[in-house]
Structure formats: C-alpha cells, structure tokens
Design a protein around this ligand. Structure first.
Ligand SMILES: [Zn+2]
Length: 438
C-alpha cells in the first residue's frame, strides 16, 4: 500500500468544458462585430479568467473578531488579495484548489523590529538571505527600525517586484540629537549624514529633514536619542505633517518615557527602558541584579504611563528578547502593562541567526504567553494586526478578511492551543502566491 504523506489530499484541478468554450467563442465573435479592439478583448479575458485564483479548501480560519478559528472554510485568493473567506463549495469546479483539511490558517507574521541592513555590513546579499529566512519561517513583512536606507529601498523594490524572495520591508529614517552624534566615543562620530540618518537640533529645518527622510523611501522616523521634550514634540509634529509614522526609543535622554509618549511618538520601543520611569529604580535594579527581588517591582507605578499610552493610542514595541537575560523584571512589567489594556507590538530587535530552527519572533511570542499572561490569540494579534497598525498598513495587512492582501500561513497544529505551532508551518503565502510549501 502506498505510504500516505501530507500532500496526498492536495488536489489541483483544471477542468476543460467544451460547451463553455463554444459560448465564449460566440461571445468573442459578437464583440468583434461590435467593434471591440483586440487589445480591449485581451484585457477583458485577462480579467475574467484570473489564473492566479486559488482556493484554500476546508481550512480553519483565524478570526480576530470572534476570537477563535472558524472551522472548515474555503478561502479564495485572487490577484494577490483575499477574495472571500467563505467561498461557496459549489463554485470550486475548474479552480486551483488546495485541500487543507485539519490545517489552521493565520495571517502572515510581521516582526515589528529588525535591522536587516545595519549589522550586515551593507552587503545586500546578506540582507536578502535574512529576509528570505524570515519569509520561509512565516514572517511575510518586517519593519526595519534603522539601517542603510539605500540597501533597504533596493531590497524593498526587489521583493515587491518578485526579483528576490523575502519578507516585505518597511523602514525608518533615524533621527537623533547633537550629543548622540557627537559624543566622541566613535560610534557615529564623523559618519556622513544620510537621508536615512540625520542630526536634528534646534536649528534644523524640520520640514526639509522630513522631505529628505521620505526621499529615501522611509515611511517612518525612528527618533533615537538626545531629544528633550520640547524639541521632540516639534520633530514628532513635523513628521506627522509629512505623513511619516513616528517610532522611537522610550528613553530619549533627557526626554523620559512619559514625555516621549506625551510628545506623540506612536510606537515607543524597549520595555527595559522603563527603568527610567522611576528615578532611582534603574540604580536599584542594577545594584540588585544578582539577587533580583519581585518586591522591587513595586517601585514601578506604571499607571500614569499606561494611561498616557492609551490616551494617545500609542503601541508599545516591547522587544523582550533584547534584554531578557539582563533584566528579568521586564516580564512582570509587561504583564502589568498588558493587563492595563495597552496595545503591545511583537518585535525582536535582533539580527537573525540563519541556523536557528525558528526566528526569535516565536520566542518573543512564547514569552508573551508563558511569562506575561497573554492569551495565545493576543500574542498572535501582536505579531499580525497590531504590527500592521504600527506600520500604517492595518487596512491591507494583519488579518484574514475579504479585500486584504493574501499574506497567509497554513499551520499543521492549532496555535491557540500551543503558540509554538506558529513554527509548524505547512505553507507560506505572500501576496497570493505560494512562497514555501513544506
Ligand atoms: Zn533596534
């Protein structure tokens, strides 16, 4: 007996119907008589016979509104978009159909915080291998929080056009103040300023700074360091005026976390920077790192911080995995922030180790669930719909709804039962095309 393997139920059907062909020929003849040009006719037939249309049959579909998987749906994708999440079974004849019975469909993951060009020595091929790694592991989009803007733009275009395979890229232009760029410890001293890396001071013409940032393809600014609250507020409103998203560190030296959020930064990064929320907390935490005590957390009154985050509709880019070894208190703090109803984005701030079986994003989500009290669907939402929102793409990406881009993952197991099932991938679809089938 033939061994049964996973692809057995996969059926791709092409049906030829001679009656329909006759009718089509007749219609073409009539249209020609009516003066339709051949060019118009080609356009018409292209539209009416979309060869990219495909139906994911009998799959369990994650629905954020209902908070669960809707069982055994047919999801039709066409021209890169989700045409229907409830495609009628009677209309499947003649279409490309993938039978995915028993599988789970979730939106493609988005990593809210990567650096695919900055630490790869501007080697575009290295950037591509990282972006391809992401895609292969279900991350269909990334937000690059700062790097070589020229390389990122090239990568973005190559992936969009299909010349290269990888996660889609959205990226930031970095802006920082005088002390940061001129502190003399060599990190950025004497580096030429670029459209994607600008010095901002009280004297800067902010309108031209934003125009320059946009010229490199950035869709957001990453506000990094050396801003007081007055300058920061001006920079944020200039960015918004130019349609740029405002992302930045939670601590801007001297602007504090509450001042950063009050200034209008939409996505502040790094939970560990909340050590600056309480004046002596940072010192205490460092001093007692070896003998970390839970009661120290009582020092953190996060109420004001959470209230201002919510009133500004700001989203916290947590990045637990950058400091989890150093700062074990961050899990408790993030749990409290999540309980207060602040929206949390899932990002890693890590260069991928290409030998890892799964990207760090899955570890970040596991920490959300295991250590920060998230239910699984909230963790998944962080890495999909909320991350789509931080890049301003929530109308196109982040959930499985009619009309959205068909960036989808098919999983072998239920991630609402075990979040690690996000790493158990059967298929990755990007813009309606199968990128990986395992
Ligand atoms: Zn970063």
């Amino acid at each position: 007996m033939m061994k049964r393997s996973w692809w057995m139920p996969l059926r791709i059907q092409f049906k030829f119907n001679p009656m329909k062909t006759k009718v089509l020929k007749l219609a073409v003849g009539i249209l020609m008589c009516l003066g339709f040009s051949l060019e118009k006719l080609h356009a018409f037939t292209r539209q009416s016979t979309d060869t990219s249309m495909m139906v994911l049959k009998n799959v369990n579909v994650l629905d954020f509104k209902q908070g669960k998987f809707i069982k055994k749906k047919n999801v039709a994708v066409s021209n890169g978009l989700i045409l229907s999440t409830n495609y009628p079974a009677r209309k499947l004849k003649g279409l490309k159909v993938l039978d995915l019975s028993g599988k789970y469909l979730v939106p493609g993951l988005i990593d809210a915080h990567v650096h695919v060009s900055a630490l790869t020595k501007n080697n575009i091929n290295t950037t591509y291998s990282h972006l391809n790694y992401y895609l292969k592991h279900g991350v269909t989009t990334v937000r690059d929080a700062s790097g070589d803007g020229a390389a990122l733009l090239e990568a973005q275009k190559s992936i969009k056009s299909g010349r290269q395979k990888g996660a889609n890229v959205f990226f930031a232009a970095v802006m920082a103040g005088d002390w940061y760029y001129n502190r003399g410890i060599g990190l950025h001293k004497n580096e030429p300023y670029q459209p994607w890396r600008q010095l901002i001071t009280d004297q800067t013409d902010l309108d031209s700074a934003m125009t320059v940032a946009k010229s490199c393809g950035a869709t957001g600014v990453k506000l990094y360091h050396s801003f007081d609250k007055v300058l920061l507020t001006k920079v944020v409103s200039a960015a918004k005026k130019h349609g740029l998203k405002t992302w930045g560190h939670l601590m801007m030296y001297p602007a504090t976390p509450i001042e950063v959020v009050a200034s209008g930064v939409e996505v502040p990064s790094h939970v560990f920077m909340l050590e600056n929320l309480v004046s002596d907390a940072a010192f205490l935490l460092r001093k007692t790192k070896a003998s970390y005590k839970e009661d120290l957390i009582a020092k953190f009154d996060i109420t004001d911080f959470c209230n201002i985050m919510k009133s500004k509709n700001a989203i916290l880019d947590a990045t637990l995995c950058v400091s989890e070894d150093r700062d074990p208190w961050i899990f408790t703090i993030l749990k409290k922030i999540h309980e207060q109803g602040v929206e949390i984005a899932a990002g890693t701030d890590q260069i991928v180790d290409l030998n890892r079986p799964n990207p760090r994003l899955l570890d970040e989500l596991s920490s959300f669930v295991d250590k920060c009290g998230f239910i699984n669907i909230d963790a998944i939402k962080s890495a999909t719909l909320i991350n789509a929102k931080i890049i301003g793409e929530e109308k196109r990406l982040g959930s499985i709804e009619n009309g959205k881009v068909a960036d989808l993952l098919v999983l072998n197991g239920n991630p609402l039962s075990d979040i690690r099932e996000l790493g158990n991938i059967k298929l990755v679809m990007q813009s309606g095309k199968i990128a990986y089938l395992f």
